[in-house]
Design a binder for this molecule. Sequence first.
Ligand SMILES: Cc1cc2nc3c(=O)[nH]c(=O)nc-3n(C[C@H](O)[C@H](O)[C@H](O)COP(=O)(O)O)c2cc1C
Length: 255
Amino acid sequence: MQIMHVGRIAHSANRTIPDAPIAPSAVRAAGQMWTDAQGMQPNDMPRALELAEIPGVIAEFAQATRNAMAAGFDGVELHAASGYLPNQFLSSSANRRTDAYGGSIENRIRFVVETLNAMIAAAGSSGKVGMKVSPGMKFNDINDEDPLPTFIALAKAIGPKKLAYLHVMRTGIGSETTLRAAYSGAFLVGGGFKKAEANQAIEEKRADAIVFGSTYLANPDLVKRFKNDSPLNAPDQATFYTPGAKGYTDYPALV
Ligand SMILES: Cc1cc2nc3c(=O)[nH]c(=O)nc-3n(C[C@H](O)[C@H](O)[C@H](O)COP(=O)(O)O)c2cc1C
């Protein structure tokens, strides 16, 4: 079960409370988001979290972890990718704080490290907690000039925790190679893989496992299709991120 907090990627039409969304800093993310009520809308202006509020937000990740484990999940993943709250703390463009959670690399990784610690305590074991990152991804207005040093420091800081895995999304800046070397634990890579390239990456020890997103979405029996070298359904981008079952649970399985 992936656990996420959108932070500043929010719009009042999608919220049940009138307050501004929270973020590391009061920096609005350029771009628009989908709302069922009003169609595409610009992201709301967030307010900066007070220093004293941060432990409460981290406690929410711990509570979500306890809820997931109580519901029967084997483990949880911290979503520190794709420009959402943990990624906002990591980013020098979204995080303009001048306290212990902003500025230096050590300070910008603090929120993620403390959140992982809280989730590990809540799950009862670091082996039940994984994390996803997307260094260099500009989605949701993350614009770091030099993201790699931040993610190398993060990978080194969390290596000793022995997480279930670190999942690095391939974004074209070579971070999966750099972080493979910097990280001591189980290492997953995803982003645009096909079967042959995935097998080759594992054989060459560039990753311990490869993650499939849209290919799995379009092929509910992907493992069987890979085993049999069967043809694959193509994902339909027009139904990505849309409401309703279409494009989520209606792709055909092999008979
Ligand atoms: C419809 C859709 C929804 C997604 N939702 C999430 C999400 O909630 N969390 C996440 O980390 N990634 C999400 N992703 C991204 C995928 O996990 C994956 O990183 C991305 O699609 C790249 O892998 P691929 O090239 O194998 O599809 C989503 C992708 C799609 C197509």
